[in-house]
Design a protein around this ligand. Structure first.
Ligand SMILES: Nc1ncnc2c1ncn2[C@@H]1O[C@H](COP(=O)(O)OP(=O)(O)O)[C@@H](O)[C@H]1O
Ligand SMILES: NC(=O)c1ccc[n+]([C@@H]2O[C@H](COP(=O)(O)O)[C@@H](O)[C@H]2O)c1
Ligand SMILES: [Mg+2]
Length: 200
């Protein structure tokens, strides 16, 4: 069985932190980080507001990202081996036989049609404005945020994409990013275990 899990939501919601714990706990589990698909800086458009438009689908090579997901779907064992993931042989237990899991994490997972339909379950981490702004101010991206980027571009784009996703009726499981790392991990891990058992 193949199972694709999305961990999406707002920047600094805790997606990467949660993902890194979840993938360690699941068997035969590969991961794809959307951050790895940002286009080079010189290809990022500058908006009328003067800011580089990082937080839009055009800043990402989404075709390459979907191709990577499809490569996993076609041959998860080959994908795992070529990405250094240990593949354990299918045990005789029905609950673990030939189960392959892919976790995809990123801030714009559910606004791109060819990707959104590939998920078996979609988690969505959210944190309020003040906390998001506070966490973001401590982050060091490969390209540092210029002054005013959060209020001028990042937060408005988050609200826009979230509204589009909700208007499109995308089915997501909301997670409260204010909960502790442990609480989030336990909640999501338990939910995944139950979903996997229901699938088998
Ligand atoms: N549950 C949490 N509670 C408080 N801080 C968190 C939590 N999860 C992550 N963080 C912190 O918030 C920041 C962003 O986390 P990160 O996992 O990189 O988020 P994202 O990938 O969604 O941008 C980091 O400084 C991280 O240590
Ligand atoms: N990885 C990069 O090359 C890069 C560059 C500039 C901004 N960013 C920021 O990364 C954010 C998405 O990543 P997180 O969800 O982990 O915060 C976006 O809000 C974007 O502004 C990333
Ligand atoms: Mg991240």
């Amino acid at each position: 069985m193949k199972y694709i899990i999305g961990i999406g939501g707002v920047t600094n919601g805790g997606k990467t932190t949660l993902t890194n714990r979840i993938i360690k706990a699941l068997p035969n589990c590969c991961v794809i980080h959307q951050d790895d698909f940002f286009k080079p800086q010189d290809q990022i458009e500058v908006g009328e507001d003067g800011f580089k438009q990082w937080d839009v689908l055009d800043s990402l090579d989404m075709e390459a990202m979907v191709s990577t997901v499809r490569a996993w779907m076609e041959n998860p064992v080959k994908f795992a081996r070529s990405h250094g993931v240990n593949v354990t042989p299918g045990s005789k237990e029905p609950a673990s036989k030939d189960t392959h899991i892919l976790v995809i994490e990123g801030f714009l997972l559910y606004n791109y049609k060819p990707l959104v339909e590939l998920f078996d379950i979609r988690y969505y981490l959210a944190v309020p404005y003040e906390e998001c702004k506070r966490r973001r101010s401590t982050r060091n991206y490969t390209v540092p945020d210029p002054p005013g980027l959060f209020d001028g571009h990042v937060w408005p784009m988050y609200l826009k994409h979230r509204k589009e996703m909700e208007d499109d009726g995308v089915d997501v499981v909301y997670l409260d990013g204010l909960k502790s790392r442990d609480e989030l991990y336990n909640e999501v891990f338990e939910d995944i275990q139950n979903k996997l058992l229901n699938c088998l």
